[in-house]
Design a protein around this ligand. Structure first.
Ligand code: FDA
Length: 391
């Protein structure tokens, strides 16, 4: 088979690239080993796809070169994607922190992309595994379960390593290595963190409890929900900080963000000194958490029995809890993969490998990782769009 452009991966980035390239009149084939396109879009955002964020800012993307993503993000913006969604008549809403979700289903986004692919003439070949890629006379030769394909431009849009159960393989990194492109070490991100057994003994009774927290590590801080799990911590604030956390790092956690536990307890002591210290704290944080914290600090009795120093000690245990996770739940549950194809090896405007003309990397396989909240899809749309203008 012959095509001008072959794109490996019918995910968010690959489909966007296919649409743009085919609209320019290029003959485009998209290959995917999965049985359906856009599987991650389908499960994203709890089935409603958090497809972008109103507040796209450079500091919301992690990369060895944080400026790399800017060109694509500025040329195909969140407003451009919203315009596509609106033109397709897909109803959406803002949930929180600028995060935009489909009202109905993530399947609306997949149907929109497939519709544009069909209208533009891009071909989709599912259930097709690429087994070898070679370069021949400035073209590419692909061996696949569907036969041999030759193309001028090859776009790797095969995503990262997260959720292997859904077909994530690390394929794109192997292709980068084959063509001598440098890689930034990969690790799971936007992922729940896990504790050692001795810490779990303390937190396990809290499993299922959630609080409004503020979690800090390595200069980053996120004030969002936090959930105690039977293995450690999850919830948006923890998923966010997991992208900044490395083995050995401590997390600084404020378990009552927005409250002033010391002032509140002192005020309660003045009004209701006979209230037990545990019941008093349970008015500020969930009861189970209050019980664990009070037990840990060894305080007993009523509020009236506590001096200021004791109340401040309790408050500091709530506002400045320090915990050292031992690991993460890994790629099994991580939303994204940090690291990937080193952006130094790519042209920021086109996503083309600087030393391999005709070879492009887009989406999650590149060392650009967004925060939780629609940033990763926006990177997929923007980088796919950018490559689609030139392939
Ligand atoms: P993506 O992974 O989407 O697509 C890669 C495609 O390549 C897949 O179709 C795969 O089958 C195919 N492929 C892989 N290896 C191949 C091979 N060897 N041969 C052929 N095909 C191959 N982000 C966000 O912004 N908002 C959100 O709401 C969410 N929610 C969310 C939930 C969950 C559970 C996860 C796991 C992830 C998210 N994300 C998210 C992240 C988001 O899904 C992710 O960043 C994008 O899907 C990345 O798009 P890509 O097109 O780069 O890869």
């Amino acid at each position: 088979m012959e095509a001008e452009v072959v794109i490996i991966g019918a995910g968010a980035a690959g489909m966007m690239c296919a649409i743009e390239a085919a609209r320019r009149g290029r003959s485009v084939v998209v290959l995917d080993h999965a049985k359906a396109p856009g599987e991650k879009i389908r499960i994203s955002g709890g089935g409603r796809c958090n497809f972008t964020n109103l507040d796209i800012q450079p500091d919301r993307f992690l990369s060895q070169n944080p400026r790399f993503a800017l060109s694509a993000l500025k040329r195909f913006t969140q407003w451009d994607f919203i315009a596509m969604i609106d033109a397709a008549g897909i109803p959406w809403h803002e949930k929180t922190l600028g995060q935009l979700f489909c009202d109905r289903s993530a399947k609306d986004v997949i149907a929109m992309l497939l519709g544009h692919m069909q209208d533009s003439g891009a071909r989709l070949k599912l259930d097709t595994t690429v087994t070898a890629i070679t370069r021949q006379n400035a073209r590419f030769r692909l061996e696949s379960s569907g036969g041999v394909i030759h193309c001028d431009s090859l776009v790797i849009a095969s995503g990262g390593k997260s959720i292997p159960k859904m077909g994530a393989t690390g394929f794109g990194y192997r292709i980068a290595e084959q063509f001598d492109l440098p890689l930034i070490e990969t690790r799971p991100a936007l992922v729940p963190l896990t504790f050692a057994e001795q810490d779990l003994e303390q937190t396990r009774p809290l499993s299922g409890t959630s609080v409004q927290a503020s979690v800090a590590c390595n200069g980053a801080r996120f004030a969002e929900g936090l959930l105690f799990t039977h293995r450690g911590l999850s919830g948006p604030s923890v998923l966010q900080i997991s992208s900044y956390w490395k083995e050995g790092d401590l997390l600084e956690v404020d378990l009552a963000a927005g409250a002033d536990v010391s002032a509140d307890l002192k005020a309660m002591r003045a009004e209701a000194g006979r209230m037990s210290i545990k019941n008093a704290l349970a008015r500020i944080v969930p009861e189970k958490l209050a019980a664990v914290v009070v037990a840990e600090t060894g305080l007993t009795g009523n509020l009236a029995d506590q001096n200021n120093a004791a109340l401040e000690r309790l408050a500091s245990r709530v506002h400045a809890w320090q915990i050292k996770p031992v690991g993460s739940e890994g790629y099994r549950t991580a939303e994204v993969t940090l690291g990937g194809v080193d952006t130094d090896a790519l042209d920021a405007r086109t996503m083309e490998a600087k030393d391999v003309p005709g070879l492009y990397f887009i989406g999650e396989v590149v060392d650009v990782t967004g925060w939780l909240g629609g940033y990763n899809f926006q990177w997929a749309w923007s980088s796919g769009w950018a490559a689609g203008q030139v392939v």
